[in-house]
Design a binder for this molecule. Structure first.
Ligand code: V1D
Ligand code: CA
Length: 437
């Protein structure tokens, strides 16, 4: 008998692709429309459950972000920036994180997609959820950072923690996943593993192999720092053994995989030499563990390569084969001169990762992982309610996914230590249980 295919939910709203960060800014949300168009062009939508995400509510943002920051994001418009100069500095908005038209709706959509994916996984309605618009891993509790405003990944993980004792976060964007790491640095319920370029003042400057988490989170943050020009072979010399060990030791109930495509060769901001196959191999590898999987986008600044990579990774998640010749879509001319899904890789950057360097990093990480006790035990109890659900007239629901009314009726189990203790405690874990209504 043929193996059962995974049920894959896919979240997309074309409105995310119409925002503009400004002239000379490398982040081009239009790449999301290009990826979606290629996914449709290959006919992959026929094998996906396609959803328009809900627009996340301020109360949902505030599960991680400070209310003053959330209110500011709702209030600010490009016309008001002169008046709000001090606050823009306070919330780190400016060159990297500009105020642009439609900013708050952009945040609501990409965050809605990640939360919706987590909710569907929690309810066993799919095996894999994809939100290429999400993955904005640098956003902090009280400030924007590195083109990111709201940290949809932290919010998605908090949602998954309502049903899963342990959640694993993996980040293959070339930049360190600092916002997610910081949010869960002191807990053993979320393990964060980031692969990134480190050194030479590369943004954001964090993610040393020696940074391993603190307090209960000691050894639950893993950092894999590479130098310029890492290729497929070098990347996987670490990715595969590290992720195999992490899965064996941590035994997560769900995995969140941030697939920033700026780690591809030829990226406008990046300096790695990964091929589309090498990047997608991470997705293929994690899918094999058959644990509920939430897949997001992230960085990626050579638009046509971002579209190629995320299309191919969508196919990998569906176990679908794609011809190398691209289908004709409205963006066909972006893919010149070869019009191929996987054009030959142009490795223009020297590989600065000596074998001895990679081996030393691997040894350090494996040694740290040995310090972790197998699967920390967790007690189960009634779950807190699903992500914030406003009072709405059912007739007003525009999303094809009208799960909330059903979900509110569902009764599930989760840990009994899941609520906020203090400002460091992003995963709601503490000593004394607080019952939810
Ligand atoms: F080149 C630019 C032109 C205009 C505006 C910004 C940039 C730019 C390039 N690289 N900004 C950066 C990085 N910022 C700095 C700043 C200098 N300051 C002291 C800090 O080096 C930010 C890079 C952000 C990368 C984001 C990401 O790819 O990781 C991502 N992931 O999900 C979404 C985005
Ligand atoms: Ca990374």
């Amino acid at each position: 008998m043929a193996p059962r295919k995974d049920r894959v939910s896919y979240f997309f709203d074309a409105d995310v692709g119409s925002v503009y960060y400004g002239p000379n800014h490398p982040m081009k949300p239009h790449r999301l429309c290009m990826a979606h168009s290629l996914i449709l062009g290959y006919g992959l939508h026929e094998k996906l459950e396609v959803y328009r995400p809900h627009k996340a509510y301020p109360q949902e943002f505030a599960q991680f972000h400070s209310t003053d920051y959330v209110e500011f994001l709702h209030r600010i418009t490009p016309e008001m920036t002169d008046y709000y100069k001090d606050q823009l500095v306070r919330y780190n908005m400016g060159e990297d994180c500009p105020v642009f038209d439609g900013l708050i709706d952009f945040c609501k959509i990409y965050t809605g997609g990640t939360i919706d994916g987590a909710v569907r996984l929690n309810h066993g309605l799919c095996d894999i959820a994809i939100n290429w618009s999400g993955g904005l891993h640098h956003a902090k509790k009280q400030e924007a950072s590195g083109f990111c405003y709201i940290n949809d990944l932290v919010l998605g993980i908090l949602e998954l923690l309502k049903y899963h004792a342990r959640v694993l976060y993996i980040d293959i964007d070339i930049h360190h996943g600092d916002g997610v790491e910081e949010a869960f640095y002191m807990t053993d319920r979320v393990m964060t593993v980031s692969f990134h370029k480190y050194g030479d003042y590369f943004f954001p400057g964090t993610g040393d192999v020696k940074d391993i988490g603190e307090r209960d989170g000691k050894f639950y943050a893993v950092n894999v720092p590479f130098k310029d020009g890492i290729d497929d072979a070098g990347f996987h010399k670490l990715f595969k053994p590290v992720m195999t060990k992490v899965m064996e030791i941590f035994q997560p109930g769900a995995v969140v995989l941030q697939c920033g495509a700026d780690s591809l060769a030829g990226d406008r901001l990046g300096c790695f030499n990964l091929s589309i196959d090498g990047h997608a191999e991470c997705v293929k590898f994690m899918k094999k563990f058959a644990v509920p999987l939430l897949v997001t986008g992230g960085g990626g600044y050579t638009k046509q390569n971002v579209a190629r990579a995320w299309t191919y990774e969508t196919a990998v998640l569906l176990d679908a084969q794609l011809p190398n010749e691209l289908p004709v879509t409205e963006y066909y001319e972006y893919f010149r001169p070869d019009y191929l899904l996987k054009p030959p890789v142009n490795t223009l950057i020297d590989n600065g990762n000596a074998k001895s360097y990679l081996q030393a990093i691997k040894n350090t990480i494996m040694e740290n992982l040995r310090a972790i006790v197998h699967a920390p035990s967790v007690q189960m109890h009634e779950v807190p309610p699903d992500s914030y659900i406003p009072e709405v007239d059912q007739d007003d629901l525009t999303s094809p996914d009208e799960r909330f009314s059903q979900f509110q009726k569902d009764k599930m189990v989760a840990r009994d230590d899941e609520y906020y203790e203090d400002e460091y405690d992003q995963d709601h874990d503490t000593e004394e249980p607080r019952r939810h209504a």
